[in-house]
Design a protein around this ligand. Structure first.
Ligand SMILES: [Zn+2]
Length: 255
């Protein structure tokens, strides 16, 4: 089977179900690359190999990295099982608390956080949320997205400006914008434009403030130098805790 890929390698030969002694489907993809590599996702192992490497050599390579692959599979499956579920009765991580999602049919969209001793509930109300509606999860995602975007707009620009003013770089901050990008929670350009991913509003307040500190301190240092991290630790002394929290939980905030 030939597969046209988007990347620089134009044509690759793909063999499905290549090895059957691994816990997941294993694909072998041969292309013009120069070295062997393994990529693991929650439902698939993909071995990428140069065109002329023998199968025996590829199998030796996999045997050598077998423990790493198995550990990676476990980690990816665990993360996949923890991903956010916006269906009625689903679960999400909201402000670091495991939270139940409840749908409610209503004429206008709203999101309400209900705290009770026996747990936290996020009630998503709006149209298309009647029980059994085929697209209710997509409707809930739309309503939650709008709610998070408006929370982000109400909170992040003014906090960002306040911190920039405090650090004496208020005039360097030109613009705060919002974008959902796969790779980054925030971004700061040398032109003074700070970009935030509004999904961060699902995170605890300390993590949000760390992200603001991270970007605003780039107005002082456009790098991740020692001096930069010293500046971050002055305004956000617990920053390492928040970096760690994001690393551990960020996969649960995406939808
Ligand atoms: Zn940075």
């Amino acid at each position: 089977m030939f597969l046209r890929r988007k990347s620089a390698r134009p044509v690759a030969v793909v063999e499905e179900q290549w090895l059957d002694d691994l816990p997941l489907e294993c694909r072998l993809v041969r292309s013009q690359r120069k070295s062997l590599a393994v990529h693991v996702s929650h439902d698939q192992i993909e071995v990428r190999a140069p065109v002329f490497v023998s199968e025996a050599e590829i199998k030796r390579f996999l045997d050598k990295h077998r423990r790493w692959v198995l550990r990676k599979v476990e980690e990816k499956q665990q993360r996949h099982s923890e991903r956010l579920d916006l269906g009625d009765g689903g679960r999400i991580l909201y402000k670091a608390r495991d939270t139940r999602v409840v749908h409610q049919l209503a004429s206008s969209p709203a999101v309400t956080v209900i705290n009770k001793t026996d747990g936290q509930t996020l009630r998503i109300s709006g149209q298309g949320l009647e029980a059994g509606a085929p697209d209710s999860q997509a409707a809930a995602a739309r309503i939650l997205r709008q709610w998070l975007q408006s929370q982000a707009k109400a909170y992040l620009p003014q906090r960002t400006q306040a911190l920039a003013d405090y650090l004496g770089v208020g005039d360097k901050l030109k613009e705060v914008v919002f974008r959902k990008t796969r790779s980054k929670w925030g971004h700061c350009t040398s032109a003074g434009r700070i970009q935030y991913n509004w999904l961060i509003m699902l995170a605890p307040d300390g993590v949000i403030d760390y992200m603001i500190s991270h970007e605003v301190c780039h107005l002082l240092h456009m790098n991740h130098s020692k001096a930069y991290w010293q500046a971050v630790s002055r305004v956000c002394p617990d920053y390492q805790r928040y970096v760690g929290w994001l690393k551990q939980h960020e996969h649960r905030l995406w939808f």
